[in-house]
Design a protein around this ligand. Structure first.
Ligand SMILES: Cc1cc2nc3c(=O)[nH]c(=O)nc-3n(C[C@H](O)[C@H](O)[C@H](O)COP(=O)(O)OP(=O)(O)OC[C@H]3O[C@@H](n4cnc5c(N)ncnc54)[C@H](O)[C@@H]3O)c2cc1C
Length: 417
């Protein structure tokens, strides 16, 4: 049996953020990750990078850059990503308006574009600088048992880990939430999307572009390494493409935007059917759920990983507060549930609304949308820029800070967990 103060389940972006915040607080932490280590890494080590090359989340918003600053990594990220400071919205013929992110934040006046695999790799590499944090790869947690003193995690390879608390970041299909008997509400939306990263031969530079057309939406974002992300809405009624299905993304992009892409220029592709889900509770005894394990939202709008980062920061700060006796369990866990559910619901509503507006098809609907979007961008562009940069999500926290009312109770009692 291996002991630590905290076990984090899952070395996705959210689990890695949680481990950094715990490490910053001097908390002995083990991260357990079911993916195999990459060649050259030992299974249980301080690795230089992790996982496969899933591009998925590419937008890091200013509030997340504040959190990365709190763990000492903002500069490295800012140097590695593309600074998207402008978003341009079009219909099939004309530009409808622009969003300017330069006014949204004093230090981070842009959305940072960087592929998720790179985010994970940089977070994992920086774990090596945290002497109290260790990552174990190729370890699948199958079960967690709780008692009055802590949690015991049993893994598929027969290993067992013991900790005072576990922060569970095992993703949207969280098997541990299901094993803990927590219910999950889920809504699947009808729209289907295909997504690919491409070698960028356009003149779009570091701007984000959205096309709202009668036959469907196209989104395009800059990426480092002269790449560009393209997301196309598939025709209504399309099934979710499988890995071997051919989707003519380049043809769709050309017909809706007039940009020609080289099909041989794809570097990564995927398809998704957006959905929204939320656990009935974000904590149970000594388990806290964070990131996609706690709640998911449509990837349109780019808020899922950012919401997860904020979950992770708060969960780890509260657990550190429990371990050093500053916080009571009811205060800490009640606050976590309220704050992160409210923030997650707000982000999920925004993601849904953005997707709803963008996916209206047909000439009449598209014409009306074009006039409304154009008016909104003319009248309220600064507000909309703050909205899309997630600056107005409720219950945001400065890194490591908790409301005073949570911390002035003095002694805490573990028995009340
Ligand atoms: C196509 C697409 C595009 C997206 N674009 C954006 C975007 O632009 N911006 C944005 O903010 N979000 C975006 N998202 C959402 C974002 O990818 C997720 O919100 C993010 O990955 C959540 O991180 P996580 O760490 O909670 O979960 P995950 O990334 O799913 O990580 C969970 C980790 O836990 C491990 N694990 C699971 N079970 C176990 C177990 N039993 N034992 C040990 N380890 C386990 C997994 O191997 C995995 O490494 C997108 C998602 C998709 C699908």
């Amino acid at each position: 049996m291996t002991d630590a103060a905290v076990v984090v389940v899952g070395a996705g972006p959210v689990g890695l953020m949680a481990a950094h915040v715990l490490g910053r607080n001097g908390v002995e932490t083990i991260i357990l990750e079911r993916r195999k280590p990459r060649p050259g890494q030992t299974a249980c080590a301080h690795p230089a990078s992790s996982g496969d090359l899933r591009s998925r989340a590419i937008g890091i918003m200013p509030p997340s850059l504040e959190l990365l600053d709190g763990i000492g990594l903002a500069q490295e990220f800012v140097a590695a990503g593309v600074h998207a400071a402008t978003g341009v919205v079009h219909d099939e013929k004309d530009e409808l308006g622009r969003l300017d992110f330069r006014g949204v934040h004093r230090h981070f006046p842009f959305v940072l574009a960087i592929p998720q695999w790179r985010t994970e790799s940089m977070l994992a590499a920086a774990i090596a600088e945290r002497p109290k944090v260790e990552i174990c790869y190729d370890v699948t947690v199958d079960a967690v048992v709780q008692d009055t003193e802590g949690v015991t995690l049993s893994c598929r390879d027969g290993s067992r880990y013991r900790a005072r608390y576990a922060i569970v970041c095992d993703g949207a299909r969280s098997t541990l939430a299901a094993a803990a008997g927590l219910s999950r509400g889920r809504t699947t939306y009808q729209a289907r999307f295909f997504i690919a990263d491409h070698r960028d031969l356009t003149d779009l530079a570091d701007e984000a572009h959205l096309w709202f057309t009668p036959s469907g939406a196209v989104e395009s974002f800059p990426l480092p390494g002269s790449l560009r992300r393209w997301i196309v809405q598939l025709p209504s009624g399309s099934a979710l493409p499988g890995a071997d299905d051919h989707i003519d993304l380049e043809g769709i992009v050309e017909s809706r935007t007039r940009y020609s892409l080289d099909p041989a220029g794809r570097t990564w592709q995927s398809a998704f059917a957006p959905e929204r889900s939320e656990l009935g509770r974000f904590h149970q005894g000594r388990l806290l759920f964070a990131g996609d394990a706690a709640h998911t939202m449509s990837p349109i709008g780019g808020q899922g990983m950012n919401t997860g980062f904020a979950d992770a920061e708060l969960a780890a700060t509260l657990v550190a507060g429990r371990l050093d006796g500053r916080l009571t369990a009811p205060d800490a866990w009640g606050y976590y549930q309220r704050a992160r559910r409210q923030a997650g619901r707000s982000a999920a509503r925004r993601a849904w609304a953005g997707m709803r507006v963008g996916t209206i098809t047909g000439r009449a609907g598209s014409w009306v949308r074009g006039r409304l979007v154009s008016a909104a961008l003319r009248l309220a562009a600064p507000l909309l820029a703050r909205h899309f940069a997630m600056m107005s999500i409720p219950m945001r926290h400065a890194s490591g800070r908790l409301p005073r009312r949570l911390t002035h109770h003095g002694d805490s009692h573990e028995a009340s967990e």
